[in-house]
Design a binder for this molecule. Structure first.
Ligand SMILES: [Zn+2]
Length: 157
């Protein structure tokens, strides 16, 4: 069993979320956050639910889904897909990065014109995939592309 690799940043984010959250901090919500923080790997809502029962938390699976959805909307939790023989399942983990700290840039490979992308959802998803795969992303991610002016006219190659 791999030791949990949650970072101080993740814990900080949970605490901040708890503070800022307009909703009442329920025991269930702090327990969900606590279980997620202990996970080395993203887990499914069902597994999270079972972990909660293990620690004696009286919560329904429906509540777990609701709490996760809200955490996801608040940007605290990242949802990813886990593909296995049993099909595709959503897995959840505490976000370890803050999306706006990164810039995504399209760069034309012909004229080198650059265009910044402001897409927080994309930024979070890319950062999440990188984390899951064990990569650290730089502060600027350049995506090779071809700008409108440099795209060859139809019929040419
Ligand atoms: Zn160009």
């Amino acid at each position: 069993m791999q030791p949990s690799h949650h970072t101080a940043t993740q814990q900080q984010r949970v605490q901040e979320w708890m503070r800022k959250s307009p909703l009442r901090i329920t025991r269930a919500r702090s327990s969900v956050a606590a279980v997620l923080l202990r996970q080395a790997e993203p887990i499914t809502a069902e597994l999270l639910f079972r972990r909660l029962l293990d620690i004696g938390e009286d919560v329904s699976l429906g509540s777990v889904y609701r709490i996760l959805k809200q955490m996801e909307e608040d940007g605290l939790v990242l949802r990813d897909r886990h593909v296995s023989s049993g099909g595709i399942k959503a897995v959840y983990a505490i976000a370890s990065v803050t999306a706006p700290s990164r810039a995504y840039v399209f760069r034309c490979d012909v004229c080198h014109r650059q265009q910044r992308i402001a897409d927080a959802v994309l930024a979070v998803q890319l950062a999440n995939v990188a984390t899951l795969e064990g990569y650290a992303l730089g502060t600027e991610i350049v995506i090779p592309a071809r700008c409108r002016d440099c795209v060859p006219a139809a019929g040419q190659s």
